[in-house]
Design a protein around this ligand. Sequence first.
Ligand code: NDP
Length: 280
Amino acid sequence: MARFSDKVAIITGSSNGIGQATAVLLASEGAKVTITGRNSDRLEETKKLLLNAHVPENHINVVIGDITQDTVQETLIKTTLDKFGKIDILINNAGAGIPDPQGKTGVNQSIDTYHKTFELNVQSVLEMTQKARPHLAKSQGEIVNISSIGAGPAAQVANPYYSIAKAALDQYTRTAAIDLVAENIRVNSVSPGAVATGFSNVSRGLNEEKSKKLYDYLASQKECIPRGFCAGPEDIAKVIAFLADRNASNYIIGQTIVADGGTSLILGAHAHGAKMIEAV
Ligand code: NDP
């Protein structure tokens, strides 16, 4: 029997990147999936990928909309229940760094940017968790949140509110995990490092060509990504699937699994290696 046979999953932010790869992975291993995002063309692309992976059309539910909107959240829950009868897995993946409209960084970023960043990366996760909770309690289900190594402990001056939001999300994961474990709902999260997706386009304003150059550069510098390559969305989807699979990860509660090719293990000083000694 396939790993996710008879499971129903909602994957937010599945019109692109990590969420899209996760929807394809879970569904190709048997899950019925609700896919969602604002961009209808890209959602259609996800649907095509699912059909190409031989996922039956009646295993796919599509909801177009902004995850920060209450009506969209309600629609996600309601249409999933109407179409599939239950919810087993909630993947809170939608997220982004919201660029400051005036290009400001650090402590000068606008408070409006802060609100928008938190609405998407934190508040929508809280709200989806509240709405899915009774259904996950019934099915004894799983929640996987997608955080980032940007959450710390390294400082993030370029886009601080995004990092602060992900740090808040990590604490929410731990708190929700303990609150919900009594109902037999497991909550965990994944913290990716650099992953080649649409993220740098949205969060850094880079086009496809410049994004690729950035990922190639990071991969070529051992102090940036010791593993030597930039992850693809499928690399992160596999970690998400592990945490969404009770058979595989039943005893893991409230943890954040870092999947960053070693990025967060390098201190600036260590990156200089033997050159540090030569310098003295
Ligand atoms: P992408 O930009 O490729 O995908 C982001 C997804 O989120 C899209 O499907 C997008 O859909 C959706 N989304 C964004 N804002 C909204 C919104 N307001 N309402 C509904 N959906 C929304 O990026 P990734 O796949 O890389 O990002 C997935 C997660 O991974 C995010 O939480 C991100 O913070 C995290 N992450 C990514 C890293 C990376 O290097 N790529 C590193 C660390 C963490 P649409 O545009 O159609 O609305």
